[in-house]
Design a protein around this ligand. Structure first.
Ligand code: UDP
Ligand code: MG
Length: 322
């Protein structure tokens, strides 16, 4: 970026963040504002049951640089991020959580990196100090699986907190899939990427809306959205069990020829049935995941429905840079 006063959009998905927004706004503006940077803060209220929308609307009245999009119901963080990114008018766009776990103070450094022109994405990587042990261990497992089977690389600790150039954002917005797994999408679009490390921060107010179960489902989404290997593996497992079953059958026939009818082997019979039906269930499940995804895509429903749209005033002298 070279021209003066580039516009920075900060996109924040908000679900039950009423207690954090005022502080978030203050710190974001303080971190990024400079005489040469214009800012718009886009708060996307993802159908919060609390008064997040009210607090956000109040902010738009106090500061014209704040914009608010409100969903008609809860559509999930991925949808909220997408809505914010689509609405962003900036030359560069930052994405961050609304719970202050992503320190807004890093925004300035991220912008410096982009302005230096060496990267189109600047990602903040956190360590996991203070996170529950189980969750950390499971996350590690997920990243190992993802990087082993997936088609692109994702790194533990690198989340959605990042800043992107308009070029990278436009590329990202080309990806319109319904089952969105942003971590993978960010990596899929490529572009030179800089990393900034930061110390893990615990949530300021409210609780994380992730449960172990939702994290597990998220992991499955990630694994399936980015590779076809599970399908291939299913075929391998099927072939292997078929081969074993045929060998076993041959052995049985040989035994029968050599020794005549044996005592019926309930145990082996049951064992084989259980094993094979287990394999089949897994295979069906995996196939079902892919079929289900195709079904979701073919319906072509919108990712979200916007019920409220309060536009901020963007400085008129903002120029498009490339
Ligand atoms: N979020 C959202 N919709 C949801 C759940 C969460 O927009 O259905 C937002 C939430 O407000 C926060 C971000 O996504 O800004 C991350 O959520 P959370 O802090 O619960 O996740 P964690 O930090 O534990 O990964
Ligand atoms: Mg959080």
């Amino acid at each position: 970026m070279t021209a003066s006063n580039p516009l920075y959009s900060i996109v924040v998905p908000c679900y039950k963040e009423a207690a954090n927004l005022v502080e978030l706004h203050r710190r974001c503006m303080a971190a990024l504002s400079s005489p040469t940077r214009d800012i718009e803060l886009i708060l996307v209220n993802d159908g919060s049951p609390d008064n997040t929308l009210e607090v956000a609307e109040r902010l738009t009245r106090q500061d014209p640089r704040v914009r608010v999009l409100g969903f008609s119901r809860n559509f999930g963080k991925e949808a909220a991020m997408l809505a914010g990114l689509r609405a962003a008018r900036g030359e560069a766009v930052a994405i961050m959580d609304g719970d202050l776990q992503h320190p807004p103070e890093l925004l300035g450094r991220m912008a410096d990196h982009l302005e230096a022109g060496m990267a189109d994405q600047v990602v903040a990587r956190r360590n996991r100090t203070g996170d529950p042990r189980v969750r950390t261990a499971l996350s590690h497992l997920f990243y190992v699986a993802m990087n082993k089977f997936g088609k692109m690389h994702v790194t533990d600790g690198e989340g959605d907190f990042r800043m992107m150039s308009r070029k990278a954002l436009d590329a990202l917005l080309e990806l319109t899939e319904r089952n969105r797994f942003s971590k993978g999408l960010f990596s899929w679009i490529g572009f030179p990427t800089d990393v900034i490390e930061y110390e893990n921060v615990q949530r300021e107010a409210g609780g994380s809306s992730w449960t172990l179960r939702s994290l597990f489902n998220y992991a499955i989404d990630g694994l399936i959205a980015f590779n076809e290997k599970p399908l291939r593996m299913v075929i391998h497992i099927g072939m292997l069990s078929l081969t074993l079953a045929v060998l076993y059958l041959i052995w049985l026939v040989v035994e029968w020829i050599r020794h005549g009818v044996q005592v019926p082997g309930y145990l082996t019979t049951i064992a084989v049935i259980v094993f094979l039906s287990g394999v089949q269930m897994v295979c069906l499940g995996v196939m079902g995941e892919y079929v289900g995804r195709t079904y979701t895509e073919t319906k072509k429903r919108p990712h979200y429905i916007v019920a409220t749209d309060i536009g901020g005033t963007v400085p008129s002298d903002t120029r498009r840079l490339t």
